[in-house]
Design a protein around this ligand. Structure first.
Ligand SMILES: CC(C)(COP(=O)(O)OP(=O)(O)OC[C@H]1O[C@@H](n2cnc3c(N)ncnc32)[C@H](O)[C@@H]1OP(=O)(O)O)[C@@H](O)C(=O)NCCC(=O)NCCS
Length: 263
């Protein structure tokens, strides 16, 4: 389903079409768009780990400039899952957001259950190209791709881009904040709403990253010398630090949105 975007000269392809680019989108040029500690959520392994990602090639997208087709500039991943199909526990989107929908997708795949919806997992743009409108192209491509695969509903546990600038604000309050024109205040939530999404609800425990104090120091290059809620750059809420127990835990809140896809 290669698709050319004239405005940006970019082509978006699935990893089924460009399997050669799959490893490359995990190189630092794109991967550095998120802080290091975000790569230590063990829940990710059931989607991104060896032996799993290859099952999702139709659900992953890569953008590149046709003049340099070997160099990926942005990536997007999504996961199919069974929702509101009678499967027990699947009537509502999970509070456990990103981690939980990855588990659902994995359980469905291993049980041979037919997926009925898709969840976005991420859109990531190479930092040097951010602000150029590529995220909108990727989101539209993800919507088109889910539709092409026969789905009518695309959900997503969003990571609001600017929440890390005010980690102490309660997430539910931040998520519904609007600008004077009525659009969402957060730019990434706004992009989704402008593309046609409805805000559903927060996912308060969407990603859980736990580690020892030494691991957290290595991931963040910070010294943790006090127990209690701790502000870490890039985190959307405070990290819970316990020097006494030698651990720190970050629980990332995300925001569930729903794109109803017209046929
Ligand atoms: C979120 C992300 C995908 C946006 O991609 P992008 O290509 O830079 O975004 P766009 O250029 O399409 O801009 C989209 C909107 O975000 C705004 N924006 C982009 N970068 C911004 C920044 N650093 N600060 C404030 N606003 C920003 C743009 O102004 C635009 O808002 P508008 O409605 O006012 O026009 C990108 O920043 C990224 O890869 N971040 C790291 C990964 C991540 O958090 N992904 C989202 C969760 S999965």
């Amino acid at each position: 389903m290669s698709k050319r975007f004239d405005a940006e000269r970019l082509v978006v392809a699935t990893f089924a079409e460009r399997p050669d680019l799959l490893a490359r989108v995990f190189e630092p040029e794109i991967q550095s768009a998120l802080p290091e500690f975000m790569r230590h959520d063990p829940g990710a392994a059931l989607y991104y780990g060896d032996g799993h990602l290859e099952h999702y090639r139709e659900f992953g997208l890569v953008a590149f400039d046709p003049a340099a087709p070997e160099r990926p500039l942005a990536r997007a991943f999504s996961v199919p899952f069974a929702f509101r199909d009678g499967t027990p526990g699947r009537d509502e989107l999970p509070e456990g957001g990103w981690d939980e929908v990855i588990r659902w997708g994995y359980l469905d795949r291993t049980a041979g259950r037919r997926p009925t919806a898709v969840s976005a997992l991420e859109i990531m743009v190479a930092p040097h190209l951010q602000g150029g409108g590529i995220s909108r192209l990727m989101l539209n491509a993800m919507r088109d791709n889910a539709r092409r695969l026969g789905f009518a509903d695309l959900y997503g546990p969003l990571r609001p881009t600017l929440k890390d600038k005010e980690p102490l604000t309660p997430f539910a309050e931040y998520a519904v904040r609007r600008r004077a024109d009525g659009l969402p205040w957060d730019p990434w939530v706004r992009v989704h709403v402008q593309a046609g999404a409805q805000i559903v609800k927060p996912a308060p425990t969407s990603m859980v990253v736990a580690g020892t104090i030494a691991e957290w120091s290595a991931w963040t290059r910070l010294r943790f010398d006090k127990s209690g809620p701790t502000i870490v750059p890039g985190a959307l809420s405070p990290v819970h630090v316990s020097l006494e127990q030698n651990h720190a835990v970050y629980i990332e809140p995300n925001l569930w949105v729903h794109h109803r896809l017209s046929p």
